[in-house]
Design a protein around this ligand. Sequence first.
Ligand code: FO1
Length: 324
Amino acid sequence: MVRTSPKVLALSGGVGGAKLALGLAQVVPPDALTVVVNTGDDFEHLGLRVCPDLDTLMYTLSGLANQTLGWGQHDETWQFLDALKRLGGDAWFGLGDRDLATHVHRSALLSQGESLSAVTAGLMRALGVTTQVLPMTDDNVATMIHCQNGETLSFQHYFVRDRCEPVIKGVSFKGMETAERAPEFEQLIASGDLSQIIICPSNPFVSVAPILDLAETWKALREFDCPVVLVSPIVAGMALKGPAAKMMTELKMPSTALAVAQFYADTYPGLVDGFVLDDADATSAEAVSALGLKPLVTQTVMKNLDDKQALAEAVLRFSDELAG
Ligand code: FO1
């Protein structure tokens, strides 16, 4: 079923968000769907600008994603990385040969003065992605991980180089104070033309918070007269991908879907109207309700394209119900 609803905005981090975005792209016409993507994971590596979450969206929506790794392109080869290792280069970050072209091309265009929004639009077009995918900002915002041992690490150093091993005590976003929303994101918000806002199942602390905190976007979204629906990234106490559950434990909260709901209710009061929990967490629905969020219990684990489409349809239906 292809829906004709105007303007759905989805906020997304990497893998989990990209899966739901792909489901949404199956059921929402391209001109009615905008996906705004976290850029706090972006970093400069070997002189290249790498934008992991934008690229995960781009590869997922173009059918090029490496589903085994969860990042980069399928049928990847690693000659560049092998040669770099032989030279004693900085090879902890897995840049595949095909993926490398994306970073080289992006970096060249950025160095010629193009904005990240313009470069992203060009890359998406080149790979046939018709859904509008925007970076949250054209400015540099860097997610910083503050560790119990006193170290502060950039996100990729924490995530990839140190394999999420350091115990964290907090997260901050360098450059956030002065960063502005990307122009088309700003236009979308200024237009007031949104009928559904969906927060994809992404890490609340390092994937969604950067978007919501940016220029107080959460307050702008709260003003919209349309439901905000969030899909829990935690299922049965575990994150399907990434360190969300480990981070929750280290930040002294239970690693549960209910604690995710509590985090949003406390940190962004009045923002989230509907909270989607997995069947495995059905017993928490009542407690979610008590926080003032309407619960929807459904299957949220997306193993194949049918699951992605089914979840997208369930979320949109739920949002329609909440809109009354
Ligand atoms: N994740 C890894 O766990 N190891 C890697 O070597 C790695 C390389 C990589 C290269 C390009 C890219 O766009 C993403 C890459 N990722 C890698 C994934 C990335 O670090 C994370 O998935 C996201 O930042 C979290 O959303």
